[in-house]
Design a protein around this ligand. Structure first.
Ligand code: AMP
Length: 435
């Protein structure tokens, strides 16, 4: 039996092929904590949605929807329901459209005029799998729904940057651009269409079709897949209002000493964006170097038939964040104490002590295989225990045990009874932290 291609197990030990579950939970805990410092609240939506959420939200002819979505119908339905009524489901390929679906469906904008939401969970895209690119991957994303205030753009950009700095990621480039409001977007599309027509002979047929359907998506392809020198730059086609927004934003970013570079050909492959778009890439990653991306999407609610609500957000790939991190949190699956006993008759006493110590939140291992003392010590060594507790024959008879620190080798003899504080002090945490 084999795992599905492009999917991964997250293992308890480092086998060189995956992230460890320790790195995973430490990173995701840290990410949730960062969201809390910016007062973004978690929203958890299902992994399965109706395909229309993405077809309407992201756009039918985007790569994500037209090529990469895991779509399915229930086999049962195909024999019991008429063809037109068969429901089409999909595994979500991204987080924003479902969040907006949920905000509308649950009237969250009526509860709060400004919603600051974040999500963390798996996404699915049928892409060619390679290092850093999986068919099931995880994103953490933030969505700020209900304002087009530029200072909130600064907040979102700072939050994105905070994720990188908190995780100790350097070697990254923060690229920003504006694709402008509807008026500007029309101008850009016209310019790109003209450019494409002029260069028709150098453009592959499939890309030329995209040009006709969606010039902005062609622009994205032209930048990445062709060597044209004079591809239109979005900044040249922004109307006054959009240009002012972008200039105001960069001024504030400069005053906050926020380092970015402007890439006037950054557009993003999704239909719902307007004005600010941004992307972070890292040289710590290989070919798949995008760490995080986002932008403003004022028209998405309208596409779903609801009142428009000005919104901005971003998503970061968690696998790639872990890949790019300098120190990987891989080290420690360590435990506080490994209890070893000299004779089998002490096994129950060992278990009793383990229970008492676990009650106060300490992590404890006891070898219950009734193996020799030497073998137990070997297991304790391998377990990365900070300390071992030795229940020895001599000490046991007078109600004491030996606690040995594995790093320093120092041994202490302590009473077996009423000494919880001693054990708590031996480990770094206080009782509360441990619990
Ligand atoms: P996107 O939703 O395409 O803007 O992607 C946002 C972020 O998700 C990217 O910058 C990547 O870090 C991550 N990401 C996107 N696709 C994949 C994938 N197939 N495998 C792993 N990470 C991905």
């Amino acid at each position: 039996m084999k795992i599905v291609k492009g999917f991964r197990d997250i293992l308890p030990y480092d086998t060189g092929n995956s992230d460890t579950s320790f790195a995973w939970t430490t990173t995701t805990d840290q990410l949730r904590q960062i969201m809390k410092t910016y007062n973004f609240q978690e929203i958890i939506t299902p992994v399965i949605e109706h395909d229309s959420v993405f077809k309407t939200g992201i756009g039918e002819d985007t790569d994500i929807v037209s090529k990469e979505m895991y779509e399915f119908v229930l086999e049962r339905d195909s024999s019991t329901v008429s063809k037109e009524k068969i429901l089409k489901y999909c595994l979500r390929p991204e987080g924003t459209a479902p969040i907006i679906r949920s905000v509308i469906e649950n009237s969250l904008s009526k509860i709060k005029s400004l919603n600051k939401l974040f999500y963390l969970g798996p996404m699915f895209r049928y892409e060619r799998s390679q290092k850093g690119r999986y068919r099931m991957f995880h994103q953490i994303g933030a969505e700020l729904i209900g304002s087009d205030e530029i200072l909130y753009e600064v907040e979102i950009l700072n939050l994105a940057k905070e994720i990188l700095t908190s995780l100790n990621i350097d070697n990254y480039t923060f690229q920003i651009n504006s694709i402008g409001n509807n008026e500007s977007l029309k101008n850009i599309s016209k310019a790109v269409s003209n450019f494409g027509r002029k260069n028709k002979d150098s453009i592959e047929e499939k890309d030329y079709k995209i040009l006709n359907k969606n010039p902005l998506r062609f622009l994205d392809k032209a930048v990445h897949n062709y060597n044209f020198k004079d591809i239109p730059k979005t900044i040249d086609y922004l109307d006054k209002k959009s240009l002012k927004r972008f200039n105001d934003l960069t001024k504030i970013l400069d005053s906050f000493n926020f380092k970015y570079s402007i890439n006037n050909q950054l557009v993003r492959g999704i239909d719902y964006y307007n004005d600010l778009v941004f992307e972070v890439t890292s040289s710590n990653l290989g070919a798949q170097d995008a760490l995080l991306a986002g932008g403003r999407y004022d028209s998405l609610m309208g596409k779903f038939g609801a009142d428009e609500s000005k919104s901005i957000g971003f998503a970061a790939g968690i696998e790639r964040l872990i890949l790019a991190m300098k120190s990987k949190n891989q080290a420690s699956n360590s435990i506080d104490f490994f209890i070893v006993y000299q004779q089998e008759e002490m096994i129950e006493e060992s278990l009793r002590l383990a229970l008492r110590l676990r009650e106060v939140g300490l992590s404890i291992e006891v070898d219950l295989l009734r193996r020799s003392f030497t073998k137990q010590i070997k297991s304790a060594d391998k377990s990365l225990a900070e300390n071992i507790i030795i229940i020895g024959k001599d000490n046991f008879n007078n109600g004491t045990i030996v606690v040995k620190n594995m790093a320093s080798g120092i041994e202490e003899i302590v009473s077996l009874k009423n000494n919880i504080d001693f054990f708590l002090k031996k480990t770094k945490g206080t009782p509360n932290e441990k619990k």
